[in-house]
Every structure is written in C-alpha cells, then in structure tokens.
Design a protein around this ligand. Structure first.
Ligand code: ASP
Length: 585
C-alpha cells in the first residue's frame, strides 16, 4: 500500500495512529538533530518529523538527503505538535517517521513550487506541469471542474441532450480565421476546425433533438489577448420552438445556478439593456454596471459658445466622477496624458471641478461662465466634490474613448470590486456591421441570426439599422456569452447571404447543406454559447483566462512546454501533398 491517508486529512483525533503518507517534498528544514519535511499532495501539506535520539541514525541521514520535489513514501505515528500552525488544516499534528522510502528523486525544480513562487510567466509556462502542482494554480482548475459538473447537472435537469459534434469540419463563419487541417487521403483539400459547432447544432434542431448542449472546444485564429486563446471552450446550446425570452430565461437560470452552487451567491435579477442604449450610455456593448457614471451628452449646452473644438465636434459627451474633485493638478495632467495615448487617441480632455465651496473650475473657463458650467453640472447631476470629464469628436470614436476613460475612473476610484457581480443582457444588436477594410457589411453575430421581422424592409434601404434577435450576456463588463434566434427557412437565409455579399454559388457551396436541411421541416430555433474559460475567470476573480486552462498557449499562440507549433518532416509534407513557401520576416 502506498498510503493510508492523504496529506490533507490528518487532525488532532488521529494522534497515536500509525499512518503511511506519500507525496512530494515541498521543503526540508534541517536544524541539525531535528529535521522537518513538508510533504505535499493535491489534498494538502503534512509535516513529517525526524529527531535525533528517537529516530534511527540511518533514517535521519536519509531524511537529510531529501531534496525539493522528491517523491517519497513514509510511515510513522501521528503526534501532537508542540508549536501548532493555525494556517493549515493539518497544523495541529505532525508525523513521527519510522520508515522512509524514496519513490523517485527529483532534479531541483526551476522555480519554487509554493503559493508564492519566484518563477516568471515564461518559465512557469514551460514547466506548466510543475506550476500545476502549486495550490493556487490547481485550485483554479478545480473551480473549472466544479463549474463543468454544475453546468452538466443544470442542463441535464432541463432535458438538454449532450451531443458531440465533429472537430474536422468545414469553415463556420464566426468572424475569425479558420485553423485548417490538410487531408492526406484527399490531396489538396483541407478540413477546418470549428470556430463553433453552430451549423451542427442547428442541424440537430432539424433532427428534432429539441434541446442540445455541449461543453466543446472551439478554434479561432485571431490576434491573442489576455482573455483570448486560439482554442477555448464553450458551453454551447440550442433549443427548438423558443422565443428570445425562453432562451434568456433558461440561461439566466444556468447563470443563477452556477453562482448559487459554486460561489454560494444568490444572483440579483439580470437586467436588460438594448444595444443602442448601451452604446449611448456607456459607449460599449458590454457595460460594466458595477458602477454608474453614465454618459451625459452636452451638445446643447456646450456648442455655440465660441469654443471651436466643441463647436466642430459631432458629439460632446462626458462623465461625472463622484468625489474626484480632489484630484490634484498632477493627477489631472496624468489623466489628460492617458486619454491622449495612441491606444485611446483623444485630442484632449476638458474637466470641470465642482469644488466643495460650490464654485466651478474648468479648463475652458474662457468660453463658459459659471452659469454655463452650472448647467453642465445640472445635466451631470453633479454635486460639490465631483469631477466632470468631457471629450468631443466624432460620435463613434468619442464614445469609445469615453468608455475607456469611464473604466479607468471606475478602476482608480475602486468601483470595480471583484466580489460584486452585475450581470446584464444586452439585446437588439444590429444585424450587420460595416467593415471599413473590406468595404462591405458583415454579420455582427453570424449569418444565421434572424433579423427582427419589422426591420426586414430596411435591409434594402438602410442595412446598418436593421436589428437582430441577438443577445449577449455581460457580467462586470465582460462578454460571457452570446446567441440569437436563427433564420429557419431557405428564403430568408438566402436573402441574408445575398446581403452579406455572397454570390448564390458561394452560398450554395459553403452552406448548401444547411439551406437544404431547412427545406425538410426546420423548427423555429435559437440558442446561445457561453465562453466557459471567461466564465471561470470571472468566478475566480481574474482577468486572464489562461489561469483556468490546464495547458494554455502564450501570446504568440505557442505552447512552450511541448514546443508547438513546430515544423513537420519532409516526408509528412510530401504525404500531404504540401509544398512550403515560407517568407522570411
Ligand atoms: N455560435 C455562436 C458563437 O460562438 C453562439 C450562438 O449563436 O449560439 O458565438
């Protein structure tokens, strides 16, 4: 037997018990005649003790020769510690060792395998299997595990069937580039990895499965950021005979279930906001509602007073930062520099301090009287002590800039508390979005999303204003998931492809199978997918989804542990009928 107990379970009531433990040596403290060894496994840490006099000399020597991360097995008796450690659950006891066996020695690890480590990101990624030994890292994956189990429990309880869909498919248009896989037996032809199982889940509705879900890997070849990985996991779902309301309430239910079961939190009701309002009030389709600071438009009050910059702007808009009038000149200068950075790109920042004595001090006093500024303050519902921050420019750009500034102010003023959760459904997304690069409309969600019936006539006259039956779930400013009610008839689907600039042949070639399926009795259907990694990160209170993935890729999409991607052999290339033409940088 390798062990009678794990390293996290012995307590004071075990005193006197003979036990065998196995695990990794976290640390050896050698005080001459007295040696302590911290033995670690997934369940915890137990202290082993070897004492000159009562421990055999040979055993003492063996203990002294142990190194970090040696795998050992030791048998001994549980005794009460003289000096207890209330920081760990096993802190009342230690094991007086009688037998010690080294199951496997270890090289000195490249970084400390403890909660606080000295290893940098790159090193820890290279030795991810060692990083995963650390409690803080493993706990994140345990959270992920719990979320997965609870998701399955809820979905199963709601009659969803979990169906696996293929990984070698052809392109699904979710807005990113495809990863492709060459086919050896079909030379010159390629599979694409699914950006999502979108078409398959719709086909399952045509098959009459009624409620489908899958916790599934998706692949998108896009520029990477902290909250993006080339392969990621979705909770993917589809339902038949449903309206938007049905889908929202089902997945609000899932969200509520997860918060309750995993975090013990009763989630407040999930609010609703139209896309148009989100953009107008927060400049963002995923507003962080942990704090207010809504946009206030000032065109009526700010224009026509001789301040050229405002007069020429399409939109003058600002936010009111509560209690921030105490910002020093230096802080305000820093804020101005911050909005002027290329990443934000504002030309400048106008601010108005509502001083405690009721006076108003602005950077544009030359153009605006105290009365004028008083009217601004009223529009902002500002009070003495508040700071108003105003930007101007073309509407779309300035909203985006102000949205960034709002988030920064929220952060600076400590309003983005990670233990507070503010979920929101954003609804009525536009169907199409203009793409400057390709000079044509793209589906904002994907081409299978249905337009609102009343907006269909606008497709020909004002395509950009057509609204879709599409929705996103946002929590704390993070897009957790999105979905839509689908098109379920060939004619509308064809119309949609036409508006997206597909020729009839292209549409037929790429999506003929789906349009044909729609002719064999497709029920009305809709669905949603949650980004599972992001959901885990939100639950765990971190910004990076990487921590919640056992073996993540780095910012260049590289797995530095297994060193992938990597070249393949000439023979493999030949077998795949592939010739390389790699250009040097
Ligand atoms: N396939 C969509 C996505 O990955 C989700 C959906 O529409 O259900 O975003």
């Amino acid at each position: 037997m390798h062990r009678t107990h794990n390293c996290g379970e012995l307590r004071i009531q075990h005193v006197g018990t003979k036990v065998t433990l196995a695990g990794w040596v976290q640390r050896v403290r050698n005080k001459g005649g007295l040696i302590w060894v911290d033995l670690r496994d997934r369940y915890g840490l137990t202290q082993l003790i070897f004492e000159e006099g009562s421990t055999a000399k040979e055993l003492l020597e063996k203990a002294a020769s142990l190194g970090r991360e040696f795998v050992i097995k030791s048998t001994g008796t549980v005794i009460e510690r003289t000096s207890k450690n209330d920081k760990i659950p096993t802190g009342d006891i230690e094991v007086k060792v009688e037998e010690l066996e080294v199951l496997n020695p270890a090289k000195i690890p490249p970084f400390l395998i403890e909660d606080d480590t000295d290893g940098g990101d790159d090193l820890r990624m290279k030795y991810r299997y060692l990083d995963l030994r650390r409690n803080v890292v493993r706990q994140k994956l345990q959270l992920r595990h719990r979320m997965m189990q609870e998701t399955r429990k809820y979905m199963d309880g709601q009659d969803f069937i979990e169906v696996e869909t293929p990984v070698l498919i052809k392109s699904t248009p979710e807005g990113a580039r495809d990863f492709v896989v060459p086919s050896r037996v079909n030379p010159g032809e390629f599979y694409a990895l699914p950006q999502s199982p979108q078409t398959f889940k719709q086909l399952l509705m045509v098959s009459g499965f009624d409620r489908y879900f899958q916790i599934v890997k998706c692949f998108r070849d896009e520029d990477l950021r902290a909250d993006r990985q080339p392969e990621f996991t979705q909770i993917d779902c589809e339902m038949s005979f449903v309206t938007q309301e049905d889908v929202l309430s089902m997945f609000e239910g899932l969200t509520r279930h997860l918060f309750k079961q995993v975090k013990g939190i009763e989630l407040e009701e999930v609010g609703r906001m139209t896309y148009a309002d989100a953009m107008r009030l927060y400049g963002n389709d995923k507003p962080d509602l942990r704090f207010d600071m809504q946009f206030v438009e000032l065109n009526d009050l700010a224009k026509g007073k001789g301040f050229g910059i405002f007069d020429q702007a399409e939109l003058v808009v600002g936010i009111c930062a509560k209690g921030a009038a105490s910002y020093t000149r230096k802080q305000l200068d820093e804020l101005t520099d911050w909005v002027k950075r290329p990443q934000i790109g504002a030309k400048g920042l106008v601010y108005v301090k509502f001083n405690e004595d009721g006076s108003l001090k602005s950077t544009v006093d030359k153009f605006y009287s105290q009365d004028d500024l008083g009217q601004w303050a009223e529009a902002f519902r500002a009070e003495p002590g508040d700071l108003m921050l105003v930007l101007s420019g073309d509407a779309k750009t300035v909203r985006k800039q102000l949205s960034e500034l709002r988030l920064k102010m929220g952060e600076d003023l400590g309003l983005r508390d990670r233990s507070v959760f503010k979920p929101l459904w954003v609804v009525d997304f536009p169907l199409l979005e203009w793409d400057e690069e390709t000079n044509r409309y793209h589906a904002m969600h994907h081409p299978f999303t249905s337009p609102k019936a009343e907006d269909i006539p606008l497709l020909d006259t004002d395509p950009g204003s057509v609204r879709a039956n599409a929705y996103d779930l946002v929590i704390n400013g993070v897009e957790i998931g999105g979905g839509s009610i689908r098109i379920h008839d060939r004619t509308t689907q064809q119309l949609m492809f036409k508006h997206l600039g597909f020729t009839e042949e292209e549409a037929q070639k790429q999506f003929g199978f789906l349009m044909e399926a729609f002719e064999y009795g497709a029920p009305p259907h809709g669905g949603i997918a949650f980004g599972f990694d992001r959901l885990c990160a939100i639950f765990g209170g971190s910004d990076s989804i990487r921590d919640y993935i056992a073996f993540p890729k780095n910012n260049s999409g590289r797995d530095v542990m297994i060193d992938s991607p990597s070249p393949i052999s000439k023979d493999q290339l030949e077998e795949l009928s592939i010739k390389l033409d790699v250009k040097a940088d």
